[in-house]
Design a protein around this ligand. Sequence first.
Ligand SMILES: Cc1cc2nc3c(=O)[nH]c(=O)nc-3n(C[C@H](O)[C@H](O)[C@H](O)COP(=O)(O)OP(=O)(O)OC[C@H]3O[C@@H](n4cnc5c(N)ncnc54)[C@H](O)[C@@H]3O)c2cc1C
Length: 472
Amino acid sequence: MSSGREAIVADAREFDVVVVGAGPAGEVCAGRLAENDLSVALVESELVGGECSFYACMPSKALLRPAQALAEARRVPGAAEAASGELDVSAALKRRDEVINDLDDDAHLPWLAERSITLIRGHALVSGERTVQVGDQLLSARRAVVLAPGSAASIPPIPGLREAEPWTNREATTAAAIPASLLVLGGGVVGVEMAQAYASLGARVTIVEALGRLIAGEEEFASEQVRESLLELGVEVVLGVKASAVRRDHGEGVHGPVTLELQDGRSFTADELLAAVGRRPRTDALGLESLGLPAGETVAVDSTMRVPGHQWLYVVGDANGRVLLTHMGKYQARLAAAHILGRDGADTLLRSDGHLSPRVIFTEPQIAAVGHTLASAREAGLNVRAVDKPVGANAGGSFVGHEAPGDVRFVVDEDRRVLVGATFTGVEVAESLHAATIAVIGEVPLERLWHAVPCFPTRSEVWLRLLEAYGL
Ligand SMILES: Cc1cc2nc3c(=O)[nH]c(=O)nc-3n(C[C@H](O)[C@H](O)[C@H](O)COP(=O)(O)OP(=O)(O)OC[C@H]3O[C@@H](n4cnc5c(N)ncnc54)[C@H](O)[C@@H]3O)c2cc1C
């Protein structure tokens, strides 16, 4: 006689793998598995494409880009004379809406269909080993369950903050209009990008950061250049002081101004307040308790993205807390898929992780970095030397135009004579980062880098100046 539980599982829809969450990490994992002939169910409770496509990476860049494109034109004599008009805010918002497809995920569906991935709409709960419940459907996974539920904005316990109905990244990236004034709580990546976007679109912005500098994990010169550019845009930058309370004037049907009080007695008032003070994993309503795992916390995984003690369970993307970036979630997804497919080669080993991952802050100047900063390398006990050069002081830089400053720092491991970190600041330096990523991850000896000849006239010739400055 079978137990009730076995009877339910017998009725389950069976797949090789069930993936929960169709953000970038979940989509890529499902895609890799399906392309290798596994049957895959992908469960999504909101929009296929996840936070990244609709409320994070894509709309934030769409909001930043118009002012940056205009500034680019204005730096180049000849183009500058033609770019004399004002930014068209409503056209910029319309373009943002186009980028997020008016919050419709239709455009993502053909990609799934081409791979024969079964999309199941609804909220997934892990209900036991290899089983996932979605509404009244029970899904069973022959090989593995992959969780990719992502993260949401965290709201810290500052008195009055939650009641003041702060904006999170969702409201900031989808707002139908630009408020006259905006307070940004948090000077990390989301905070500085949104402060710059909203200031460039006409809002009076104040950004408040508890630490002594913005984007504190990056090189100090990068923090300083971002601070200066925000000041130039008219943003008030408040550093080194914590928020103590928040209140909003609510009346009958009135969504009044919001006031942020600081521990040093100052207070600032604006139409809206954006909470940009970190993320929380969306693991609170996933049924993890049924596996003895704590709910609402990041789920620790090993270097194959598998949860120790649960051979069939993988967690990829923001929810494992290793590094909260789309490209890194997708990298983890590729590793998990390779492991589930039984592969065991160099391409399946975790080589890039945590705060050393490649990263770009899409402000102007952009900050593009990989590996260590000088400080983090020293903290890690490495014997390092920094080599610094201006990024645009060469023939290639002259075409970017006037007033396009920026710098590069290489952090060189003196014992092994390899790059262990690089930081670029400046206009459109994001696209320069990948060469440095290859040098750092590939541990390419400096002597060999000398033979990687940058084209003329490109800003990449700065690599030669850096190697010369190091002594080659
Ligand atoms: C404003 C902002 C800008 C950013 N810009 C960048 C950038 O430029 N570059 C970059 O690399 N990173 C950026 N990030 C970070 C990036 O958005 C995240 O790292 C990325 O979205 C994480 O991908 P994910 O697949 O882990 O999760 P998500 O994108 O959060 O997707 C998770 C999906 O899972 C679904 N889900 C959750 N729980 C369940 C459940 N129980 N059942 C079914 N479905 C569920 C959710 O609805 C969601 O669709 C930014 C973040 C923010 C906030």
